[in-house]
Design a protein around this ligand. Structure first.
Ligand SMILES: Nc1ncnc2c1ncn2[C@@H]1O[C@H](COP(=O)(O)OP(=O)(O)OP(=O)(O)O)[C@@H](O)[C@H]1O
Ligand SMILES: [Mg+2]
Length: 665
């Protein structure tokens, strides 16, 4: 029903034009299509439709009042009481039958009430004035915001778009993105600006234990949308986590229908299709309802039936004309974290044909978010320093907006715990460490263990210092956190999206440096490097099987696997040749790291001693120790030529190297 019959549309337009109060008031086409600020609902088609509806409602109230007045006037003129119930009496026998009647009524209500509630639409209705989120509160999502503003303007100026340009207004948008990227937040802002009722529903609330009740609830939801759209000139429905009712129906058809959407990998689609068929009925109902926006209202249907009945008695050339169904201005927004799992039929044009991807914010976006959140959170003036804020934006690479907000909340708690009434930079650092790695769990190491852990971490840090051009050493610690006995956190100095081969090799050297240091100073390694080897194997397997960096351009990612789909690491390691290549790369990295540390023993020892003394070094403290030690060196430190380009940032490599727990190795 997204595309109506052109003849019907022409007729519909005619009908709408007759009702339109002032065609001159219609906005220019350009305004409707291209404006970058949201139009005011009252000034445009939605407002006009609401005004027409209001006038009709007033007329209806006037008619009812006139009838009541006429009735009362008639009763007064005929000498009777104005109250029509006056003089009615139940009689003395009511003592016997009235309690019985009430009991039967009560039993009926108790039996039927649960069923009555079951079929109702589970939505929550919000009016724009109840929502306090505006588009200005949505930060770091500029591209999505522009698209949303355009969609809203089209929604508000639907009649202009339809009648002047002959377009089909957008009926559904899908918000896709990681949890906490602002999908619900954006939908609220849209509802606030659209100035129409906003029906919020969580997809899981459609589910019911009664057979057929889920489909009924979906129907009720769309009926409520249509009703409100008729009354208010438009309505927005928001279905949260639509994958709960909209996953692929599965079966052969589901697979066959997906070639265009197979970007997630044909294997993945097939697996999904073969295990998720439980939502089939709901998906079908959803598909039908997403086409039902122009279903006539009850009154229109009844009137249509009267016309049909009359036409049965009229000759063909004198048949009465049945009005076309009225256009209901409805926009349905659905949000999901898993758009690839949705049924392809839901995504075809006319349904959720516009997908908006809510990506992780980039550095500028994160800076905007930090500024926005800090306005409301008590903080020390040092956090107002633009350099500090830039640094925080940099350090929160990969964070979603909600993670940034949570980090600042945690920092506030750290501040309060330390007896302050506002957060400081040190609180933010602590909160970040405890969020990413875990809370400190200080344990008492034996002196030898302490030296070993400190040597291991110092090895990592020196390798990162020497190989990691363009990297910043952030934290070096030998305090136990979760299952890490110590850690080195290092990060890019700038936001990065790609890596060179020599950078990956440098990451491998840094990862293997802990083990190399243990072997150099203690003659053997401990259980500590277990965690490092996991990360290093991951990088090496990617180099072999996905990035063509090991004398072969064959990609293991292209292999199509069945139900037991494996990641690229598993694919590479299960292949003898691939495994050998990975092993060779790792051994070479370790040998290089060992050579590097052996040539810079003084640096490792200086850092080890500082760690044993202070347990944790933050940021510049690490570099200070290294620079002091360098000053004592006879010549500048040498190492294998670093392939790292200066000033570049991040994907596959872990930002944090930590030491695996002995117990798990
Ligand atoms: N772009 C943003 N600007 C400002 N605040 C944001 C933004 N995105 C998210 N937030 C904050 O994060 C909170 C959670 O975001 P939201 O509920 O919109 O995430 P979501 O994408 O819907 O997640 P989910 O997929 O889990 O439903 C919001 O209440 C808001 O405080
Ligand atoms: Mg949400």
């Amino acid at each position: 029903m997204g595309r109506r019959d052109p003849a019907a549309r022409r007729a519909g337009r005619g009908a709408d034009r007759q009702q339109a109060p002032a065609a001159a008031a219609a906005p220019s086409v350009n305004t409707v299509l291209g404006g970058d600020a949201v139009l005011r609902a009252a000034d445009i088609d939605v407002g006009h439709a609401r005004e027409r509806r209001r006038q009709r409602r007033l007329a209806r109230v006037a008619v009812v009042l006139w009838v009541l007045c006429g009735f009362a006037w008639y009763r007064v003129l005929t000498g009777r009481s104005v109250n029509p119930l006056a003089g009615l009496s139940l009689g003395p026998e009511a003592v016997f039958w009235l309690p019985l009647l009430l009991l039967v009524l009560l039993l009926g209500i108790v039996t039927l009430l649960p069923l009555v509630g079951q079929g109702r639409s589970p939505h929550l209705l919000y009016r724009p004035e109840q929502i306090d989120v505006t588009l200005d509160d949505v930060k770091g999502l500029d591209a999505v915001r522009d698209e949303v503003v355009k969609t809203l303007n089209l929604f508000l100026g639907y009649a202009t778009f339809r009648d002047q340009l002959g377009g089909n207004p957008r009926r559904g948008i899908l918000f896709e993105g990681l949890p906490g990227t602002g999908k619900t937040h954006m939908a609220k802002a849209m509802a606030r600006h659209a100035g129409v009722p906003f029906l919020f529903v969580s997809a899981t609330s459609f589910q019911s234990m009664w057979y057929g009740m889920t489909a009924r609830k979906i129907r009720s939801f769309f009926r409520a949308l249509r009703k409100l759209a008729r009354e208010e000139g438009g309505a927005i429905g928001f279905i949260e986590e639509i994958d709960a009712i909209g996953t692929s129906r599965g079966g052969v058809d589901g697979v066959a229908a997906t070639p265009a959407t197979a970007s997630g990998g044909p294997g993945g689609r097939r697996v999904e299709a073969s295990i998720s068929s439980g939502t089939g009925g709901m998906v079908n109902e959803l598909l039908v309802q997403l086409q039902s926006f122009d279903v006539p209202a009850f009154g229109e249907r009844a009137w249509g039936r009267v016309i049909d009945w009359l036409n049965g008695y009229l000759p063909l050339d004198h048949q009465l004309h049945k009005p076309p169904p009225r256009y209901n201005n409805i926009l349905v927004i659905a949000a999901t974290n898993r758009a690839d799992a949705l049924d392809p039929a839901l995504l075809r044009p006319g349904r959720f044909d516009r997908k908006l991807y809510f990506d992780l914010p980039n550095k500028d976006g994160r800076r905007e978010l930090i500024d926005y959140f800090l306005v409301r959170k008590a903080h020390h003036p040092e956090l107002d320093d633009p350099l500090r804020r830039e640094e925080l934006a940099h350090l929160t690479f990969g964070y979603t907006p909600v993670m940034i907000e949570h980090l600042l909340d945690e920092a506030l708690i750290w501040g309060l715990r330390s007896g302050r009434d506002a957060m400081r930079w040190v609180d933010v650092s602590q909160a970040k460490l405890s969020e990413e790695i875990g809370l400190k769990q200080p344990v008492t190491y034996t002196p030898l263990e302490k030296e070993m852990v400190a040597t291991h971490e110092a090895g990592h840090a020196v390798a990162a210092y020497l190989s990691g051009v363009g990297r910043r050493l952030e934290v070096l610690s030998i305090i136990k956190r979760k299952d890490a006995l110590g850690l080195l956190a290092h990060n890019d100095t700038e936001e990065r999206w790609t890596r060179t081969r020599s950078e990956l090799e440098a990451f491998l050297r840094i990862a293997c440096a802990g083990m190399a240091a243990e072997e150099l100073w203690f003659g053997e390694s401990t259980t500590g490097p277990g965690g490092d080897l996991v990360g290093a194997t991951n990088i090496a397997a990617q180099m072999v099987g996905a990035l063509g960096m090991a004398n072969s351009l064959v990609s293991y990612v292209a292999m199509e696997e069945g139900l037991n789909d494996r990641n690229v690491v598993a694919r590479v390691l299960s292949d003898t040749e691939g495994r050998e290549k990975v092993d060779r790369i790792l051994k070479e990295a370790k040998a290089a790291a060992k050579e590097q540390l052996d040539g810079n023993r003084l640096l490792v020892e200086a850092l080890r001693d500082a760690l044993i003394e202070r347990e944790e070094l933050i940021g510049d403290e690490i570099v200070e120790v290294l620079r002091l030690a360098e000053a004592d060196l006879p010549a500048p430190p040498t190492g294998p030529p670093s392939g790292l380009l200066p000033n570049r940032p991040a994907p596959p490599a872990p930002a944090v190297e930590d030491e695996g727990a002995p117990a798990t190795q």
